[in-house]
Design a protein around this ligand. Structure first.
Ligand SMILES: Cc1cc2nc3c(=O)[nH]c(=O)nc-3n(C[C@H](O)[C@H](O)[C@H](O)COP(=O)(O)O)c2cc1C
Length: 233
């Protein structure tokens, strides 16, 4: 697949077919993704690839935590040293908050979820914590000795490479915070130690093309609104 086609075709997939992804295919994707750039070639990414019973246990554990009203304490952003709710409202303000709201409106519209329908909204939220029922997921973590902000950039580049490479195998992905918002659940079933910061997850599987949310085409700010050209004239 042409690289430009792949970049334009990639989108977050939130509904999957139940078909399992062969381990060999996942290995091939990761063998490509290790070519991602990292600061000083430190390659801080550590990967845990999950499927089957382990993934089901994490899904169940995540949803139980969510339904119990437990406050998520993701490893990433711990350095901000504030409560989770404060962090979320602190992170998104103004146009960023607006984009976040627009995304939710678009997704709920496609899924036929009314604003006041608390039950369906809760079910949608759970779906994220269930890795959108994908047959596999990849957890990206980093040793805590690596400076957090530096590691985040490297993990971002790795995650995007995974998502682009996956397209070559007919696979869809969704990079997601939700899967690792209860790191204690992920640790319990994978054995990832406390010495590793669990940064992000990627749900991966064969896209269900009929799933309404998969029809979403998110908008982008045009280049001219985000670029400052220097020294060209
Ligand atoms: C760091 C990161 C975390 C994300 N977490 C979630 C998540 O928890 N749940 C979700 O539904 N989508 C999540 N997404 C997907 C974004 O919502 C999505 O990338 C964005 O809306 C742009 O849409 P697109 O990926 O279809 O182009 C995340 C994406 C990134 C990069």
């Amino acid at each position: 697949m042409d690289v430009l086609d792949a970049i334009r075709a990639r989108k977050s997939i939130r509904g999957y077919k139940p078909d399992l992804v062969p381990k060999e295919v996942l290995r091939e994707i990761l063998k490509v993704a290790i070519h991602s750039p990292s600061g000083l070639n430190t390659q801080p990414w550590e990967l845990t690839v999950i499927t089957g019973e382990v993934l089901d246990n994490i899904r169940r554990g995540n949803v139980e935590m969510l339904n119990s009203g437990a406050i998520p304490m993701p490893d990433a952003m711990q350095s901000l040293d504030t409560k989770f709710e404060t962090r979320v409202s602190f992170l998104y303000k103004g146009k960023y908050k607006q984009r976040q709201v627009e995304l939710a409106i678009q997704l709920f519209e496609l899924m036929g979820i009314a604003r006041e329908d608390k039950e369906k909204r809760a079910e949608w939220m759970q779906r994220g914590f269930r890795f959108f029922d994908a047959p596999a997921a990849i957890i990206l973590s980093v040793d805590r000795s690596v400076e957090e902000l530096k590691a985040m950039i490297d993990i971002g580049s790795f995650a995007q490479t995974v998502c682009l490479t996956a397209l070559n195998y007919g696979l869809g992905t969704c990079i997601e915070d939700q899967g690792v918002m209860f790191p204690e659940v992920v640790r319990k079933f994978t054995g990832i130690p406390e010495s590793k910061r669990i940064v992000i997850s990627i749900a991966i599987g064969y896209p269900d093309r009929d799933f309404p949310a998969n029809k979403l085409e998110t908008e982008r700010e045009p280049v001219e609104n985000i670029v400052t050209w220097c020294g060209f004239d």
